[in-house]
Design a protein around this ligand. Structure first.
Ligand code: UFG
Length: 338
């Protein structure tokens, strides 16, 4: 079975491609390397012993996507490609809406023309906004996104829902990720953010290795046991398995549905720093800073739906997530830049 993976050299995409290959799927990657590196392809080859069919292109270049569908008998698409930096999206709303929304519309239009109507879409817990209820179930209504990036996910979920209403031949699964961290056990692939990281884990990892001085903790006056924000961190390898389970489900479940992919457990910023200290074996300096605009106090998932319907459950805990992030950081202090 042939799966087209958009954004397949990115952080979650690359781990998912390996899991797909290990499960016997034939993978075709398209990526424009906006937020990834060509070296990822070598690393995937090293891990799987397989050369992946790859096209460097952009979903905004519709003709190039049409050609790929013409050349290959694609059965399903996993769509990761998109801009994803929350802060940047606030400053570049037009770029975010254009890239994420137009790119996805182009992709769906080409899929429809080629009668490929099986799609897994990378969504995010961000669609719940400040959730009405914790832990968050999929029945929880979508909330108000706090930035353009979040709105693109929110709107695309709606567009894909409308598409399924209009044409029942589509099978679509929305995977709502909580906070992906960790790296492949080999230490060959992992998260390689551009510039100074925005997310907590890569920031901690770069402080731990001495590239950055101190972790800024954004607020210690939230209504949580230690006052810092609580999130549901999930190992990227668990997410990758979730995609393979979703592919299996897609083919016997018509229509559209959403699944939360998290662990169902929340950890505070200070707890994550402590777990990372255990992993790297030394103290990590941090300083308390004001709250970051748009952050919520607590966000963690109820993942019963994925457990029952996908037969999926996260396997790794916070200690293993931090150990694998550290292993990747130590082996690749400059990410994929050699
Ligand atoms: N945090 C810090 N210092 C930092 C970075 C983050 O204290 O330098 C805190 C945040 O305030 C928050 C927690 O660490 O409490 C996690 O923050 P991240 O930036 O790592 O992740 P977010 O929960 O803000 O957002 C992530 C993804 C989004 C996605 C969202 C879904 O970045 O793309 O999860 O819940 F939408």
């Amino acid at each position: 079975m042939k799966i087209l993976v958009t954004g397949g050299t990115g952080y979650i995409g690359s781990h998912t491609c390996i899991e797909l290959i290990n499960n016997g799927y034939e993978v075709i990657i398209i990526d424009n390397f906006y937020n990834s590196n060509i070296e990822v392809l070598n690393r995937i080859k090293k891990i799987t012993n397989k050369t992946i069919t790859f096209y460097q292109t952009d979903l905004l270049n519709k003709e190039s996507i049409e050609k790929i569908f013409y050349q290959h008998n694609i059965n399903a698409v996993i769509h990761f490609a998109g801009y994803k930096a929350v802060g940047e999206s606030v400053h570049k709303p037009l770029e975010y809406y254009h890239n994420n929304i137009t790119g996805t519309l182009n992709l769906c239009d080409v899929m429809r023309k080629n009668d490929v109507k099986n799609l897994i879409f990378s969504s995010s817990a961000t669609v719940y906004g400040d959730a009405a209820q914790i832990p968050i179930t999929e029945k929880c209504p979508k909330g108000t996104a706090t930035n353009p990036y979040g709105w693109t996910k929110w709107m695309l979920e709606q567009m894909l829902t409308d598409l399924c209403t209009a044409d029942p031949d589509w099978n679509i699964i929305l995977l709502r990720y909580f906070n992906p961290i960790g790296a492949h056990k080999s230490g060959l692939i992992g998260e390689d953010p551009n510039g100074i990281p925005n997310n907590l884990l890569p920031y901690i990892a770069q402080v731990a290795i001495g590239k950055l001085k101190s972790v800024g903790v954004f607020g210690n006056d939230y209504n949580t046991p230690d006052g810092t924000g609580i999130r549901d961190y999930i190992h990227v390898l668990d997410l990758a398995v979730g995609h393979v389970k979703a592919i299996k489900k897609l083919l016997d479940q018509p229509g559209i549905t959403a699944y939360n992919l998290g662990t169902g457990r929340g950890y505070s910023v200070l707890q994550v720093i402590a777990a990372f200290e255990n992993a790297c074996g030394h103290k990590i300096p941090y300083n308390i800073q004001p709250r970051r605009t748009g952050d919520v106090a607590v966000c963690y998932a109820n993942c019963d739906k994925a457990k029952v319907e996908l037969n999926w459950e996260a396997q790794f805990g916070i200690d293993e997530m931090c150990a694998d992030s550290w292993n990747w950081q130590v082996k690749n202090p400059n990410g994929y830049t050699l």
